[in-house]
Design a protein around this ligand. Structure first.
Ligand code: ZN
Length: 152
């Protein structure tokens, strides 16, 4: 651990800042709708004809909206360690954009540790690895409850 080169499992989906990683999205210039994964061809808002987008970084914190335990290997582009280990997935409403982003929950957090309304933050964590690399993806990490607004 720690000697492998860390690379993104998905190119261009998030920044690689180790302390404050952020998801990369686009925002329609016409109707201000956010898109993650990035949309850059035409706006998916049925009431909008927008075809121009701003690149934006999404909020790094949000609130758990729902969650589940994933006991099946996800389809591509996701890849999984072998043997496959079940993990929790959370749907998180981002603080600023109010959009819901799915993500794995960091290892060590059980489904019984999660509840709707829980505060979480975005971190990068290995999705899988080979001999030389750790392939990073975003995951949701619970923020300590009772720790008001990040003070320690
Ligand atoms: Zn639009």
């Amino acid at each position: 651990m720690g000697t492998k080169t860390q690379v993104p499992a998905l190119e261009g989906w998030f920044t690689l800042d180790p302390d404050t990683p952020a998801l990369l999205a686009t925002r329609c210039k016409a109707c201000a709708t956010y898109f993650f994964p990035r949309e850059s061809y035409f706006c998916k808002n049925p009431d909008c004809l927008g075809r121009e987008f701003d690149d934006v970084e999404l909020s790094r914190t949000g609130t758990v909206w729902s969650f589940t335990n994933n006991c099946f290997k996800p389809p591509p582009p996701y890849r999984s360690p072998e043997p496959f280990v079940p993990y929790a997935i959370a749907a998180v409403e981002l603080d600023e954009e109010k959009m819901v982003v799915l993500g794995q929950v960091v290892p060590g957090v059980e489904i019984s540790d999660l509840h709707a309304g829980q505060r979480v933050e975005l971190v990068l964590d290995p999705l899988y690895e080979d001999d030389d690399h750790e392939y990073l993806v975003w995951k949701w990490k619970p923020i300590d409850v009772g720790d008001a607004e990040g003070t320690r």
